[in-house]
Design a protein around this ligand. Structure first.
Ligand code: FES
Length: 335
């Protein structure tokens, strides 16, 4: 039987369940706890924590040597130990984006899936010993063949080794062109630099949450929503996903809809927007169509996260602020 024990995090008012067979680190990350780590295999010492109460057992060998002083303080490596009773642990967590260093990692293309003729889902894998530390909603820069572009990570930080990106084929995006011209293929090596950006979840907020995405702006929103699920946040969530009306539905419509089965108070609305792709001023038109589809009473009581092109963001932000939203409620990121 895989017995579960509670792991209490001293001074953080957090507790999560950890199976007797799983490392405290792996389980914590799965529950959305922003723990510091690097190698995940006992070599770097970054995941150190102190055992305050209870008992643990080592489940993995570690090369990193703890000093006598650390041992005397009950320091242990979270990636190599599992609880054998309920435990209380003193650990420093990642408090904000500033406490995560920029990382440079060579990652491998695991898979490229075209969801339609000009939207690709790019799956990348980091080396096991060098996973990406980031917060849900953040971006990274990807480079291949000298072509670089910045994209939001679409996956949850609990899977720092498997990273997903949603990439639209746009003329000005030279990295995307490498994908759609077939030059970037499975197993190719891509350079990654990041994380960057401050579009992250207010984890302590008890407010209702409204997420608004335009098309590929779904990527960081997906990361935020899945992170909120791992944290078991019970805030009611509304997701409005605007997409070009000349496509039948948002490109991962079923995925966004499937969350309705996971959470009682999750409400999803897809918004088909008509606009002329050749006319940049149509951003006004898109912003207005999104605004007209929102339940403004709900929006005005919520933390509102918007991920959309800068022009749409500006107009939509103005409309929201003119109609009762306070600017402290607005968290926005251009794509
Ligand atoms: S993460 Fe490197 S030792 Fe645990």
């Amino acid at each position: 039987m895989n017995t579960l024990f509670n792991v209490y995090l001293q001074n953080h008012q957090r507790v999560f369940e950890c199976p007797v067979t799983e490392s405290v680190l792996k389980s914590g990350l799965r529950h959305g706890v922003a723990m510091h780590y690097d190698c995940s295999n006992g070599s770097c010492g970054t995941c150190e924590a102190r055992l305050i109460k209870g008992e643990i057992k080592q489940i993995k060998h570690h090369d990193f040597v703890l000093t006598d002083k650390q041992m005397a303080k009950n320091t242990f490596l979270m990636c190599c130990n599992a609880p054998t009773t309920d435990i209380e642990v003193a650990v420093e967590l990642i408090g904000d984006v500033k406490s995560i260093a920029i990382q440079e990692i060579d990652v491998k293309v695991k898979h490229i899936r075209l969801v339609n003729e000009n939207m690709a889902i790019l799956s990348l894998r980091t080396p096991r010993s060098k996973t990406l530390k980031f917060m849900a909603g953040q971006d990274v820069e990807l480079s291949f063949n000298g072509k670089t572009h910045r994209y939001p990570v679409a996956s949850c930080p609990c899977y720092g080794m498997d990273l997903e990106f949603h990439i639209r084929n746009r003329e000005y995006d030279a990295f995307a062109n490498e994908i759609f011209n077939g030059r970037l293929k499975d197993k190719a090596v891509v350079s990654l630099e990041g994380p960057k950006g401050i579009f992250v979840l207010k984890e302590q907020s008890i407010q209702r949450i409204v997420f608004i995405a335009w098309d590929g702006g779904f990527a960081p929103i997906r990361s935020l929503i899945e992170h909120a699920f791992s944290l078991e946040m019970s805030n009611p969530m509304h997701f409005y996903w605007a997409y070009p009306a000349d496509e039948k539905a948002p490109y991962l419509d079923n995925h966004a809809r499937s969350w309705e089965a996971v959470m009682d108070e999750y409400f999803y609305t897809a918004i088909a927007c008509t606009f002329n792709r050749a006319n940049k001023n149509d951003c006004h038109k898109v912003a207005k169509q999104i605004f007209d589809s929102l339940d403004i009473e709900v929006v005005n009581q919520a933390d509102v996260y918007i991920s959309a092109p800068a022009e749409v963001l500006i107009y939509l932000g103005e409309l929201l602020l003119e109609n009762g939203l306070d600017e402290t409620q607005l968290i926005a990121s251009p794509i």
